[in-house]
Design a binder for this molecule. Structure first.
Ligand code: AMP
Length: 810
């Protein structure tokens, strides 16, 4: 049994006769017979089908392949580069005239990335032995391919007989000297597969026993069924099974705004094809199916220009063909042609609008979409209209001078009458305001709202291309401007680091950098950057500020302002009891102000909790953790409900748990829970109760008891936020006003919730819920963080759990 010999120890017999120079045509070197024609052709073949994922493609490796030849004078790499100076990793061996050849070429270790069946595609040329006069005795026209599995890079030194043979590879087409003269290339392609694989990776080896071969490329890949949307269900990228006849059953998840009719499933075949769809999702009421998505109103198609002046353009349009509900308003986006990063949004309840303040003789692009209770429809196609030049406007003004003269006279007479009407509060039927009071307007520049009149959050899902949304709302930062210093946390998509950002002409800033881990899928990239598309729309001191994104180089990053004290729940737990009531109320005020801003923008957070608030060194709290549907996916607190959604039960309003009614009012409920977390320094809401018990208790009307030493006014506000009827809960602006009042009048915070009412609420909460699990009253009170009340219980005769169980709410 022979191992891989030390370099230089030839496998061929040292006494093998040297080739009689001149007797045979010397095999040509690769530059001539491989590169000349092959490189250009090969580079055009690089793209692999979308259901094949490359583990190795020797044609795309820029540096050294790291392959090893034994003996050293057997296989040799041809150090050539293509027309773009990229290396061409061609290996050749041509010892056709020497006896006893046994030349091995070993690849480096190849990870199988979880695939259990892999494919190897070889491209090679092989010299026809008949074209080698006299060499027929030793010349071969085949070579062998082997593999060896290992979990890591060890194993390169294993013995050759431990390699498992995959196959003997023969050429379909060999070539002769004559072919070369005609420049006819006979490139062979052979594919073999190997499986099931059980380790993390493998080596390949090619054994030559005396042929004249040029191994031009080696591509190793596995097959997958690529992510697809079928019957309104998304099926994820799925690696095919180990067996060549295996069908894998894969569950799909309903696209946004759709619900399961029958659980969707499909089958992924070994060839990477989706087969046999079963079940499906259906669009929710108010949505219609379009291109695999559930969309609201259909697009507006009929937009007509009205009056066009030098500074204004009036438009009118018709309702969409399929409104799918009552149209609440229209949103009109417009910008000067080729200046898309600086646009204006106007809202109108009418089917007309006038854009004012435009430049003369300039083309403007308009897009309109409708909103129903189900949300926005897609934008119409772009309509372009041009304002008239100043000269034209002036001449039309000139031509009107006589008319104006008459009008002025009449006007003076009428003025008194009109003034009378106006002063008496009546409106002349013709004096329509320039901008319809129903119209709301806001301007954006590079994703930032320029004039904060009425602002609206734009769901990045409404963009056909999510990359466009990122670039509309987030600034692209060059990676060279960022210095990463240390890892500070772990996000769903990769590490969170602290570091510094130095933009040209600006001072250096401390920043937090979220990175997208390598090997991400397109969907992960989209979801990851989705957070930036949302964050980039906000500009408020209590909302985490986005500095920008890095998307043009890897790793993809989201860069935000740095919050020295990290997440609020951890910070409060670390500093238990360390703050004055006013400091705590200050934190709550900040969070409420951030939430007021979000609700004004029409953004519903859905996952408001102390863990999703960041706090800086000045104790300023900022709302963070924005996402598309994924928000709830990556929250470890989120649990699946019976209706299939994932929800952080303890923080979520009952109507959102029961029928996914997420609104700013459900955010207010969560805010009440955050208040409770803050005042109790990071205590877990409802302690160790199970999610099911929490849902049941809240449904039955139980509410969290006041935290220890809690000002009565704050606890009352919490209870208000937890009103069952969502319309009875305070709005965020009312909460901000209330907290402002408390801060201005600190003595109002002196009245604490009295201890006995706290005890009775706790009894109501815990007397019926789980007290049976404890052996003594003291143990139970400790478990619910009420140990200090043990004495009161004893004094009042509640010395056993039986006695506690008898306690009624009264
Ligand atoms: P996330 O993925 O947003 O939940 O972030 C994970 C963790 O990273 C958080 O819990 C924080 O501890 C930390 N982190 C995220 N963003 C920041 C930031 N802007 N400043 C400081 N720490 C942050």
């Amino acid at each position: 049994m022979r191992g891989w010999g030390p370099p230089g120890r030839s496998a061929a017999s040292p006494s093998a006769p040297a080739s009689p120079a001149g007797r045979y045509p010397a095999p040509r070197r690769a530059p001539l017979w491989t590169c000349l024609l092959l490189c250009a052709a090969l580079r055009t073949l690089l793209a692999s089908p979308s259901n094949e994922v490359n583990l190795l493609d020797s044609r795309t490796v820029m540096g050294d392949l790291g392959w090893i030849a034994f003996p050293k004078n057997g296989w040799e790499e041809i150090g050539e580069v293509d027309e773009n100076y990229a290396p061409i990793h061609t290996y050749q061996v041509c010892k056709v005239m020497e006896q006893n050849q046994n030349n091995w070429l070993l690849t480096s270790w190849i990870s199988n990335e979880g695939a259990s069946r892999i494919f190897i595609e070889l491209k090679f040329t092989l010299r026809d032995c008949n074209s080698l006069p006299g060499g027929l005795g030793t010349c071969k026209e085949t070579f062998n391919m082997y593999y060896f599995e290992s979990d890591d890079e060890h194993g390169r030194n294993i013995k050759e007989n431990q390699y498992i043979k995959i196959d003997t590879i023969a050429a379909d087409e060999s070539f002769t000297e004559l072919d070369l003269g005609d420049r006819v290339m006979k490139l062979n392609t052979e594919v073999r597969d190997v499986g099931p694989l059980s380790k993390a990776g493998f080596y390949l080896a090619f054994q030559d026993l005396g042929a004249c071969i040029a191994l031009v490329s080696v591509r190793v890949y596995y097959k997958r069924c690529p992510s697809v949307v079928r019957h309104l269900a998304v099926f994820p990228d799925t690696i095919t099974g180990a067996d060549s006849s295996q069908l894998l059953e894969v569950a799909g998840s309903c696209v946004n705004h759709s619900v399961t009719e029958e659980p969707p499933r499909m089958h992924c075949s070994a060839e990477g094809e989706w087969l046999v769809p079963i079940g499906k999702c259906m669009c929710k009421a108010g949505y219609e199916e379009k291109n695999g998505t559930c969309q609201a109103p259909s697009p507006i198609t009929n937009v007509k220009k009205g009056k066009i002046a030098k500074n204004s353009i009036s438009l009118s349009w018709q309702e969409p063909d399929r409104p799918n509900g009552i149209i609440l308003e229209y949103e009109i986006k417009y910008f000067e042609k080729d200046q898309e990063t600086s646009y204006t949004i106007i809202k109108s309840k009418e089917t007309t609008m006038t854009a004012e303040g435009l430049k003369p003789a300039s083309v403007y692009v308009f897009q309109i979409r409708a909103r129903t209770a189900a949300g926005y429809g897609v934008f119409s196609r772009r309509f372009e209209f041009e304002t008239i030049p100043v000269s034209v406007a002036a001449s039309s003004d000139q031509s009107q001078i006589p008319i104006i003269a008459v009008s002025v006279t009449v006007g003076v007479i009428l003025l008194a009458v009109v003034m009378g009407f106006l002063l008496s509060g009546r409106r002349c039927g013709y004096s329509k305001a320039k901008q319809d009071p129903e119209e709301e307007k806001m301007h954006f520049h590079n994703g930032h709202i320029k004039l904060p009149g009425v602002r609206t959050y734009i769901d990045p899902h409404t963009y056909e291309d999510p990359n466009q949304a990122v670039h509309e709302f987030a600034k692209e930062i060059e990676a060279s401007c960022i210095t990463i210093e240390r890892v500070i946390g772990a996000g769903e998509f990769g590490e969170v680091c602290s570091g510094r950002l130095k933009l040209p002409g600006k001072r250096e800033l401390p920043v937090a950098i979220k990175t997208l881990k390598v090997g991400y899928t397109e969907k992960q990239r989209r979801d990851f950057l989705g957070e930036a598309s949302i964050m980039g729309q906000f500009d408020h001191p209590n909302i985490i500020h986005l500095e920008g994104v890095v998307t043009k180089s890897k790793p993809v990053m989201i860069v935000t302002e740095y919050m020295e004290n990290g997440s609020l729940d951890t910070f409060l737990k670390k500093n238990d009891g360390q703050f004055t009531v006013i400091q705590l109320v200050g934190m709550l005020r900040g969070i409420a102000a951030g939430m007021k801003y979000l609700s004004d923008m029409g953004y519903v957070h859905r996952d408001l909790a102390a863990r999703n608030i960041l706090i800086n060194s000045n104790l300023v709290c900022k709302v963070s953790d924005f996402g598309l549907s994924r928000v709830l996916e990556d929250d470890p607190e989120a649990a699946y409900t019976t209706r299939g959604g994932k929800i952080p039960i303890r923080w979520t309003a009952p109507e959102a748990i029961a029928f996914r009614k997420f609104t700013s009012a459900s955010d207010v409920w969560s805010y009440g829970i955050v208040m409770w977390e803050v005042v109790s320094y990071g205590e877990r809401p409802y302690w160790e109760m199970t999610n099911q018990d929490v849902i049941k208790a809240v449904e039955e009307g139980y509410r969290l008891p006041s935290p220890m030493d809690c000002p009565a006014a704050l606890y009352q506000l919490m209870l208000d936020c937890w009103q069952k009827d969502r319309n009875s809960r305070p709005k965020f602006d009312e909460i901000v006003n209330m907290l402002d009042k408390l801060i201005r009048n600190p003595s109002s915070l002196k009245t604490l919730v009295n201890a006995s009412s706290r005890v009775s609420t706790l009894l109501a909460e815990h007397g019926s819920l789980g007290s049976g699990a404890y052996r003594s009253v003291g143990e139970w009170l400790e478990a619910i963080k009420m140990g200090r009340y043990t004495e009161i219980f004893m004094e009042n005769g509640y010395s056993s759990m039986d006695a506690v169980a008898q306690v009624t709410l009264e």
